[in-house]
Design a protein around this ligand. Sequence first.
Ligand code: FHN
Length: 677
Amino acid sequence: MIQLLTTALLIMGTQTFNSQDSRLDWWRDARFGMFIHWGLYAVPAGAWEEKGTGHAEWIRTTAQIPLETYDKFIDEFNPVNFNADQWCEMASDAGMGYIVITSKHHDGFCLFESQHTDFDIMSTPFKRDIMKELADAAPRHEVKMCWYHSIMDWHHPDYLPRRGWEKDRSSEGADMDRFRKYLHAQVTELLSNYGPIGVMWFDGEWEATWKGEYGKELYKLCRTLQPEVIVNNRLGARGGMSGLTGMEGYAGGYGGDYMTPEQEIPDAVDKGIDWETCMTMNDRWGYNAVDKNFKSTTDLLQKLSDIVSKNGNFLLNVGPKVDGTFPEESIQRLSEIGDWMDINGEAIHGTFGSPFSELPWGRATQKFHGDDTTLYLHVFDWPEDQKLHVPNLSGTIKSARVLGQKGNINAEVKDGEVVIDVPSGKPNDHIGVIALEVIGRPIVFEVPEISAQTQQFVHDATVTIGVRSPELEIRYAILNEPSESNVLVPNLRYTSPFEIDGTCIVVAQSFYQGKPVSKSSLKKFEKVTPKQAANITNVIKGTLDMKVFEGEWDELPNFNLLQPSSSKSVDKITSKPEAESQGRQFMGYVQANQSNMYVFSLTSDDGSRLYIDDVLIIDNDGLHGPIQKEGAVALAKGWHPIRVEWFNKTGGAALQVQMGEIGHPLQEISTNDIATR
Ligand code: FHN
């Protein structure tokens, strides 16, 4: 048995990441937005008494400031230099198409006038509705106004849980249902009083008191109030900083309209998925007077290029000061970014991801004009010999030009690459962009990808081979001996998936105009003997033994060395009733209805593992949000020992096991297929 681990991008939930949903078109075209974290936390600017100067928007918690002390900041919040048009102009001039500002962060303070609390901007000396002024200014500068809104609320008496250190702040009488009514009432204000809103950017969704079904309910409220509004995936368990979204089914998983990786850029994302990386310019979201670790303009632009080349959006943060101005370092970077975007913005706005899996000197984006394509080459490392080699590219190139420079430059299609004569010296300090006008679509000589649902099989397997450029011809060969794999030129034309019924190696290569234009790829597939079933009779169907353990872990402990707090027979593997600081061990038998390969999926928040016949099939351990992993194993017809181990430290809890015979959909294991003896 092999352990086949694949981490699936979680694209289920209330809304799948449907790249056909035209509601997101303006947002996809924008590609670039401004995040603004602003509130009472700008008053202390990261410093608090003997608690140091490293704080920011979390300061009430990280410096353990009692509520009544923190609330006094309201008397000092008077941003006399705030100018909504200036902020919107800086965003627009930087090439940003939307602004997402914290209408309310975790501290509960509302930057907008709310009829449902006095803990808002109207209780400050400023007494002006910041959101209103921004919402009015945004259209004047062609930016869309969007609201960040935190579910977690450290101020509202009904929100639970209290902060662990808030020993003196009783939770007596706190009522999360009443808090959800307050939350809905404020979201209604935000989507009723300020005109068309581009995105509702929720956050603070990870505590155990917030359930996926609440997220679905709030999603529906947003879309009812403004049907065109976009809602991010942070109304349900988002899967930690990777921003993966929650799975339908357990904890009422929630999808949202796009994924939200935070402070990181995913390696590669399926082109059909909408996503946005949010990132700070320095090390903090809210203003910190001593945090001078600002990323360079070149670094920020290369992050923008990398993200857009992967079909994503970049939400770049500014943390304004208490007087209503942006930090000088932010202003300077926004201005320099704007200078670059003035000339190169066409390589960002309205583009799609790169046709290349990688490029040695930079990134690429593309725009389609009917049948033709503009291919933008983002050159981070400008060639000193003035020859830019674009590997694995062909097609009919009509022209080539350097953005911001007059006239065309020479681009020659040679065997398997395009060589472009570029002027000496990078055209700017950050990224030089070359636009290639291509007739039709660029032909990228990719190595073919060989795949099957699993690399082991019991009876037979279906093999699929693919490349992205339809102009390429795939040729393949099926080899029985590995020794042959490095000499043979594949000679079978691939037209559709094919069956294999024995151990073999599949070799494939891309051809163009009759010539091989890529390296060969190869993959071994193995016919295996299924694991013999357990020799048991008189099973008790529909039952598994569950042991519960109490404790705090960062990874799965060895439960066999621990004393369970309880144990009982259960009819399914689940994290319900959810609890923190808890581990569970499920043991019993699972039935294979016939001899074949079986795929298991294990989704959990936090860590989990799945064993069949005491062999580890899926390792999904560690502290994380809801993440799904898969594994496969060959099983003979009959009953096989299964063991699932799981723990939840704090926050969201989730556990879901699915199973499916190869070639069939994964689904919850039926009670008919579990047993104890
Ligand atoms: O806790 C917040 C944090 O303060 C900040 O707002 C980021 C921005 O996405 N979101 C949460 C951490 O994931």
